[in-house]
Design a protein around this ligand. Structure first.
Ligand code: NAD
Ligand code: ZN
Ligand code: ZN
Length: 344
């Protein structure tokens, strides 16, 4: 009989996930099998469950792209990892390795890229099949539950900060202090930036202060943009928008200093109006940023291995996933929920 595993499966968009026994996957040639120890729950998993984005995953699928686990089986020909290694199975599940973007370490935009927990089954399950060339290598000393948020929330906020080109001593706004943003505040401080945290929730802002933010502004305040311009003496050199909410985007562009860069990483469905004249006349850059490449991953993990960044986690069993999604959709998750597979 085929061995089974427990998994949380999306069978229909917008509906609760179904907890069920499914066949345990097998590592084919060039693949590895990972026994899941922990998997973070990203807001992207919620977008995936809801079918929010133009390119939708094929139903049914198993979400989760912050899965950390131990390699338990190697398919034929695998040499990049060995049995017993601790790895992470990230959003960038695989890419072609040969196109013009892959050759420039921009594998995140490879047309043949596959996405963990989206186009490939992910970590809301006891086992994950992965591509050994694209897994994250978890530094010794980092617990699986601590590492989980870093392989999406961590790398994405870290790379996004780098993409703002803000330099030590300059100001960065981090808009949205949830899973991504609470790590973004810590990366930005570790990178020598002045941080202004922006959120709609005072509790998240109080948390940002504890994590080292130099200033906080509630985005719901009618004068929020001017408050940021005042505290940063003219707008932030870099702005990172992690909020899964459209009003945050127009606001974020307005908080950007002349010749500064506003990096978009939150992906709520829809579009936002761009104040064309201001963007042109102030020479503002607006750019997207999508997770990060494998080198960004190693760097993002190293900050945590050195104790400079630490994810704030709430552990839950896989069986709690629908309740977690409900809270995440209402902004009620303090930082990051991590599904702990040692708790059944
Ligand atoms: P989260 O739910 O943990 O955090 C979102 C935070 O934004 C919350 O603290 C919430 O209070 C705050 N917020 C809501 N509306 C706001 C507003 N108008 N202004 C300021 N803050 C506001 O979500 P997360 O897991 O951090 O993910 C955030 C977004 O980033 C999602 O859209 C997700 O899909 C996206 N994402 C993108 C990438 C990428 O590579 N670009 C990677 C991971 C996640
Ligand atoms: Zn994610
Ligand atoms: Zn490619």
């Amino acid at each position: 009989m085929t061995p089974k595993m427990q998994a949380a499966v999306v069978e229909a968009f917008g509906q609760p996930l179904k907890l069920m026994e499914v066949d345990r996957p097998v590592a084919g040639p060039g693949q590895i099998l990972v026994k899941t120890e922990a998997c973070g729950v990203c807001h992207t998993d919620l977008h995936a469950r809801n079918g929010d984005w133009p390119a939708k995953p094929k139903l049914p699928f198993i979400p989760g792209h912050e899965g950390i686990g131990i390699v338990t089986a190697l398919g034929a020909g695998v040499t990049a990892v060995k049995e017993g290694d601790r790895v992470g199975v990230p959003w960038l599940y695989s890419a072609c390795g040969h196109c013009e973007y892959c050759l420039q370490a921009w594998e995140t935009v490879c047309a043949k890229a596959e996405y963990g927990g989206y186009t490939k089954n992910g970590g809301f399950a006891e086992y994950i099949v992965a591509d050994p060339n694209y897994v994250a290598h978890i530094p010794a000393g980092l617990a699986p539950t601590a590492a989980a948020p870093l392989i999406c929330a961590g790398i994405t906020s870290y790379k996004g900060i780098k993409e703002t080109k803000a330099r030590p001593g300059e100001w960065i706004v981090i808009s949205g202090i949830g899973g991504l943003g609470h790590l973004g505040v810590q990366y930005a401080k570790a990178m020598g930036l002045h941080v202004c945290a922006v959120d709609i929730d005072d509790a998240k802002l109080a948390h940002a202060t504890k994590l080292g933010a130099d200033a906080v502004v509630n985005a719901r305040h009618p004068d929020a943009v001017n408050a940021v311009i005042k505290v940063t003496s003219g707008g932030a050199h870099g702005v990172l928008i992690t909020a899964p909410s459209l009003p945050a985007f127009q606001q974020g562009v307005a908080m950007t200093r002349k010749i500064g860069t506003c990096v978009l990483v939150g992906i709520p469905p829809g579009d936002f109006p761009t104040p064309l004249f201001d963007v042109v006349a102030n020479c503002i850059t607006i750019r997207g940023s999508f997770v990060g490449n494998r080198h960004d991953m190693a760097e993002a993990l190293q900050f945590a291995a050195e104790g400079k960044v630490k994810a704030d986690i709430e552990l839950q069993p896989l069986s709690a996933i629908n309740d977690v999604f409900e809270r995440l959709s209402k902004g009620e998750v303090p930082s990051r929920v991590v599904l702990d597979f040692s708790a059944r």
